[in-house]
Design a protein around this ligand. Structure first.
Ligand SMILES: Cc1cc2nc3c(=O)[nH]c(=O)nc-3n(C[C@H](O)[C@H](O)[C@H](O)COP(=O)(O)OP(=O)(O)OC[C@H]3O[C@@H](n4cnc5c(N)ncnc54)[C@H](O)[C@@H]3O)c2cc1C
Length: 419
């Protein structure tokens, strides 16, 4: 099905994380028509997966909910989930964009009652929790999901499951025959706010992520610490339920390394300090080790770092981790050379956390034709062309910086659309 909509004064925002939400709202609240699309079945991006976010250590709901409400109340913004751009043609001020919408298998009749989930016999790895637990194949992506509509993973559904979820829905919302849809949008400018993916820890051979459940990533810690996460908020060694008595944070896991991510992701040191806080709240006696190249907590974050570095049960080792070895008792040994003393260290711990960086999402999937990206996959803005990058699609950054860049991107997009 093809449907054509939009005007040359309209703006398309691709990606509905905190950056895309910000750009969409800034542009719509001064009167532009905005299309906001996201490839996920929900908006909110990676921030929705965090337990708390620095500097205020508030839950993601406090930043996202207000934006969702503003979007719901704004008739200038049209939203599409499970949507990706397949082609862009035309010129600044007059683009024609083809967007493909993947089938959700649940239509707008959905009242989010949860009866399909209750009836569904099939389970899949929970994508929101990085597969650390299972969810039903008919599911609400997470408890704060916006739009609040269920989604079905048809590949994960058995014949019996298909019959059960269809029969369970009293609103006729389950539609397993739904097909991909194509729409054409006419817009004046495009904001690319496609964000980041966690760098794939499996690619860092020497850190042996796959060799032990006791080696986890920083984003897995965020999900474990979250009350709506796979462990109900408890940080444990996955699979064993062991409460860690010692934890090592491995900074720059794959970052500032030309074999992996050659850049610094800006937030990983702060994320580790934040996660030390999570650990302290749950395990006041745990020994914490932080292995780092440099600790980078720019500007306003220095105070946060000072506080955490005064933790008496925390040891900071300036040295890049060379190897992590899995032990038969479920623990791991972190091997590094202390760059200050020259000492070779072998630290046995119950859990190692890899502080993996943020890789631009176009580094893996590739950008649509016409979008310029640098060699790392970051989108290069070209306001003259009407293609503007925002947030972590442009460079790795924290939420405060990404929202500033998204407001700036909205301003550029408005200028192009009104030329
Ligand atoms: C471990 C960790 C902890 C962190 N903790 C904090 C913290 O406490 N405080 C803080 O300020 N920052 C923190 N950050 C950084 C924070 O997550 C980012 O600043 C924030 O996610 C940037 O938002 P964004 O919208 O630019 O990108 P994202 O959150 O990645 O959102 C991008 C959106 O675009 C969508 N998308 C991607 N590709 C496409 C496509 N092709 N088509 C359509 N849609 C697409 C995605 O589905 C997603 O919804 C942390 C990062 C890490 C790694």
């Amino acid at each position: 099905m093809t449907d054509e909509q939009g005007t040359s004064g309209a703006i398309l925002v691709v990606g509905g994380g905190i950056s895309g939400l910000t750009s969409a709202l800034e542009a719509a609240e001064v009167g532009n028509d905005v299309f906001l699309i996201d490839k996920n079945p929900y908006f909110g991006g990676r921030v929705a997966q965090l337990n708390e976010y620095f500097p205020k250590m508030c839950p993601p709901s406090c930043g996202l909910e207000i934006n969702f409400r503003r979007i719901r109340d704004n008739r200038k913004i049209r939203t599409y989930t499970m949507a990706t751009v397949t082609s862009v043609s035309g010129k600044p001020g007059n683009y024609e964009v083809t967007v493909e919408i993947a089938p959700r298998y649940v239509n707008s009749n959905c009242a989010a009652c949860g009866d399909c989930t209750a009836a569904c016999p099939d389970e899949i790895d929970n994508p929101f929790n990085f597969g650390m637990d299972k969810c039903k194949a008919a599911y609400l992506p997470h408890e704060m999901a916006f739009p609040r509509r269920y989604v079905i993973d048809k590949q994960g559904l058995s014949q019996a499951g298909a019959e059960a979820v269809t029969a369970a829905c009293k609103y006729g919302a389950v539609d397993l025959d739904m097909k991909p849809e194509t729409i054409t949008l006419n817009v004046g400018s495009i904001v690319w706010a496609t964000g980041w993916d966690p760098y794939d820890a499996e690619k860092i051979d020497n850190l042996n992520f796959n060799q032990s459940n006791a080696i986890v990533t920083n984003m897995m810690i965020e999900r474990m610490a979250a009350p709506n996460g796979p462990t109900g908020g408890k940080i444990i060694v996955p699979g064993s339920d062991k409460e860690p008595e010692s934890i090592a944070f491995v900074q720059c896991a794959g970052s500032r390394d030309e074999n992996h991510l050659e850049f610094c992701s800006y937030i990983c040191c702060m994320a580790t300090f934040k996660q030390m806080n999570y650990i302290r709240e749950q395990y006041p006696e745990a020994q914490i080790y932080v292995f780092y190249i440099d600790l980078r907590t720019p500007g306003k974050y220095e105070k946060f770092r000072d506080k955490l570095m005064s933790d008496e049960k925390a040891t900071f080792v300036k040295g890049k981790v060379a190897d992590i070895q899995a032990e038969a008792d479920g623990s791991v040994i972190v091997i590094a050379e202390n760059a200050v003393t020259g000492e070779k260290m072998q630290q046995k711990v119950d859990m190692a956390v890899l502080a993996t960086g943020m890789q631009p999402s176009f580094a893996n999937g590739g950008a649509p034709a016409g979008v310029s990206v640098d060699r790392n996959g970051f989108v290069v803005s070209d306001p003259v062309k009407g293609m503007i990058a925002a947030g972590c699609a442009k460079k790795a950054a924290d939420v405060a910086t990404t929202t500033q860049s998204s407001t700036a991107a909205a301003l550029k997009a408005i200028q192009v659309s009104r030329r």
